[in-house]
Design a protein around this ligand. Structure first.
Ligand code: AMP
Ligand code: TRP
Length: 332
């Protein structure tokens, strides 16, 4: 039997090349080797306030991005989280075995609650959904007996919590859940912000100069790369003390399959201007066919694929949830 992978992206903010290089690119590779389930996690998106029309739009747009990246519905299941209500049900049950302390230690919770309140005071105004977001993620993963969860590095803490909850449930009620493992692709694991190489490129960044969106047009890409911060000095070198350059070289390398060493060599004696101009060419060339595919996908076609995906995975989720319900003493 093939091992199973599960992963998802929330339809919020702007999907960027960090999401592609850190997550999607890896999924596309893995779908040949594993039984793959990919999800648009709309229930995670509403942990911060969203405009309903925009949420609908983004849900389809994220699915289009999956498909344009090379996720193939003939090889895997692709669906919308809220279409399979077992996710919400299992999430409630897992809530009852998780501890508040475990959740308050999650770094994404700390970051997001600052975002929600505008300060470091985790006060009355932090939405509860941000707090137990990782439990819903655990439910997503555990419902499908997932073996591997391909994500960017920032999600490993949530996967660790998933493992803890699964083991706790198994100990209390008997073997029920497969203990999943995170799967991080080394190179793309952390693409940093173009405006600040000490922070990761982020969907919810305040400035558009933080990221290159997968939907950015050529002019925007060139403007953003031109403006990207660089380190002091002028040589193109891949070194820890030059984090901005390291990040740009990483992006260059991942999109062109030229190693960092070769890139250093190629730009010996040359300056930032030439390097950046070539990098912009590479990003633009990468985005062109990608955006063409997105434009060719109609909303109707994508929704059809998503509904088909939900139909395929629902029985798996239902079987697992029924098992859980029986074990905890619900009458089913
Ligand atoms: P998010 O943008 O937080 O919804 O994340 C969606 C997926 O993209 C997750 O698997 C993340 O780990 C991954 N990801 C997000 N930002 C980055 C980044 N800057 N570099 C690498 N991977 C990322
Ligand atoms: N929390 C993940 C993120 O922010 C998205 C996500 C939700 C996810 N459920 C998941 C990822 C299950 C992997 C598996 O990126």
């Amino acid at each position: 039997m093939k091992k199973r992978i599960f992963s998802g992206v929330a339809p919020s903010g702007t999907i960027h090349i960090g999401n592609y290089l850190g997550a999607l690119k890896n999924w596309v590779k893995l779908q040949d080797e594993f039984e793959s389930i990919f999800c648009v996690v709309d229930m995670h998106a509403i942990t911060l306030p969203r405009d309903p029309e925009e949420l609908k739009r983004k849900t389809l747009d994220v699915a289009k991005i999956y498909l344009a990246s090379g996720i193939d519905p003939a090889k895997c299941s692709l669906f919308i989280q809220s279409h399979v209500s077992e996710h919400a049900e299992l999430s409630w049950i897992l809530n009852t075995i998780a501890k508040t302390g475990e959740l308050s230690r999650m770094t994404q919770f700390k970051d997001k609650s600052e975002l929600a309140t505008g300060n470091k005071d985790l006060s009355e105004s932090v939405p509860l959904g941000i707090f137990n977001y990782p439990i819903l993620m655990a439910a997503d993963i555990l419902l499908y007996d997932t073996n591997l969860v391909p994500v960017g590095e920032d999600q490993l803490q949530h996967i660790e919590l998933t493992r803890i909850l699964a083991k706790r449930f198994n100990n209390k009620f008997g073997e029920t859940f497969v203990i999943p493992e995170g799967h991080v692709q080394k190179e793309g694991m952390r693409i940093m912000g173009l405006d600040d190489p000490t922070k990761k490129m982020s969907k919810s960044a305040a400035s558009e100069y933080n990221y290159i969106a997968l939907t950015d047009d050529e002019e925007t890409v060139r403007r953003k790369i031109k403006k990207a911060v660089t380190d002091s000095g002028s040589e193109i070198v891949y070194r820890d003390d030059k984090p901005a350059l390291m990040n740009l070289i990483n992006i260059y390398s991942l999109l062109s399959d030229i190693s960092a060493k070769e890139i250093e060599k190629k730009y010996e004696g040359k300056g930032y201007a030439e390097f950046k101009s070539d990098l912009a060419d590479i990003v633009v060339e990468f985005l062109k066919p990608f955006q063409k595919k997105i434009a060719e996908l109609s909303d109707e076609k994508v929704l059809e694929i998503l509904l088909e995906g939900a139909k395929k995975v629902r029985p798996i989720a239902k079987t697992k949830l029924d098992e859980v319900k029986k074990k905890i003493g619900f009458i089913i």
